[in-house]
Ligand binder design. Structure first.
Ligand code: HEC
Ligand code: HEC
Length: 300
């Protein structure tokens, strides 16, 4: 926040509090020559409903004063006035968040360290490491669930991590690399091919997973597939390439959907799925536990 906005906020806040203070003081004050308490003001509604000129109840006024003093005290002690940090120096980040994180680290770091030395395949499968998988699962529910789902079953655009079908590879090393450095799927747009060719190549793609399609279109689509560069990423046999995260197009597992409309949209507009890197956020030891948990999901 720049100094200007800080001063602006402080001035506005203080002016508002003083303004409220003045307003109650002003309404409470007796003014000479005004109607005596209890007099009607002369406003009448619904025939006989009259407005009296009574002062506000005293308890209500005191409550009002108390909230004003509370606000002044709070703003003096805690951050709230622009850049002023408050006399106590409290901050949600500094004192509270980091304090709690440090406490948690003291408790869990030795455990993470101990598991970090055990190979992923052992953590994922051996009965004595059930606790490690539980910890991995809790980490997953905190950091991964929002995209992959609480059961890691994924959804459109977010891969299922339990099915043994991998974009980037399912070995412990590949999974660890995916989580550590993130992945970006690059399926380029092919709008330049035009609707007709896209229609044909989409028919070919669908034929690969045994769907009933227009055979003539699929045959022409195969020529398109072989000549415009699809094979460079998906392979000659369209079974994909884990170095590029290019999916297998011959199975019935779809990342974005296998309906004719969605396949055409994928080819026309391209896709760019992003798995965010977790290295800086989580560190090696937590990633090791997460890898074990993810790896365990497809080891049935
Ligand atoms: C530069 C490499 C590259 C080229 C060229 C390429 N693809 Fe892809 N394709 C990918 C990647 C990577 C993905 C996964 C995208 C993601 O993860 O977001 C993908 C995804 C797809 C999907 C979606 C699969 C699913 O499970 O939902 C289809 C369909 C597809 N490509 C068809 C084609 C066709 C047809 C061509 C040629 C016209 C083509 N691709 C060319 C890399 C490529
Ligand atoms: C912001 C959403 C998001 C979050 C959060 C996220 N992921 Fe992903 N993840 C993705 C997407 C999207 C992909 C697919 C990338 C692509 O299209 O190639 C992916 C891919 C993966 C893959 C590779 C799957 C394969 O088939 O090869 C693994 C493993 C994975 N994520 C694990 C995790 C773990 C563990 C976490 C938690 C630390 C996590 N992800 C958090 C979006 C997310």
């Amino acid at each position: 926040m720049s100094s200007f906005w800080s001063v602006w906020i402080i001035a506005l806040t203080v002016a508002n509090i003083l303004g409220c203070f003045w307003l109650i003081w002003w309404t409470m004050r007796r003014r000479a020559g005004e109607a005596v308490q209890g007099d009607v003001t002369g406003h009448t509604w619904d025939g006989d409903l009259q407005e009296y000129n009574n002062p506000l109840p005293r308890w209500w006024l005191w409550l009002f004063y108390i909230t004003l003093f509370f606000a002044a005290g709070y703003l003096a002690l805690y951050p709230g006035l622009g850049k002023f940090a408050g006399l106590l120096g409290w901050s949600s980040h500094g004192s509270q968040y980091e304090g709690e994180m440090a406490k948690a680290a003291e408790k869990y770091d030795p455990i993470f360290k101990q598991y970090a030395a055990v190979p992923v395949a052992d953590l994922a499968t051996k009965p004595e490491y059930k606790e490690a998988r539980e910890m991995g699962k809790r980490l997953f529910l905190t950091y991964c669930m929002q995209c992959h789902g609480s059961d890691a079953g994924g959804s459109r655009g977010f891969p299922n991590l339990t099915d043994g079908d991998w974009l980037w590879g399912g070995s412990p090393e590949q999974i660890e690399a995916t989580i550590t450095n993130g992945r970006i799927g690059v399926m380029p747009s092919h709008a330049h091919l035009g609707d007709d060719q896209i229609e044909k190549v989409a028919n070919y793609v669908m034929s690969l997973s045994g769907r009933s399609v227009d055979a003539a279109k699929a045959e022409e689509g195969k020529q398109v597939f072989m000549t415009v560069g699809c094979t460079g990423c998906h392979g000659m046999d369209a079974t994909g390439n884990q170095m590029l995260g290019a999916p297998n197009l011959t199975d019935s597992t779809w990342l974005y959907g296998g309906s004719p409309g969605v396949i055409k949209q994928t080819i026309t507009k391209g896709r760019n799925g992003v798995m965010p890197a977790q290295k800086d956020l989580l560190g090696e030891e937590k990633i090791h536990l997460l890898t074990s948990y993810v790896y365990s999901l497809s080891q049935k």
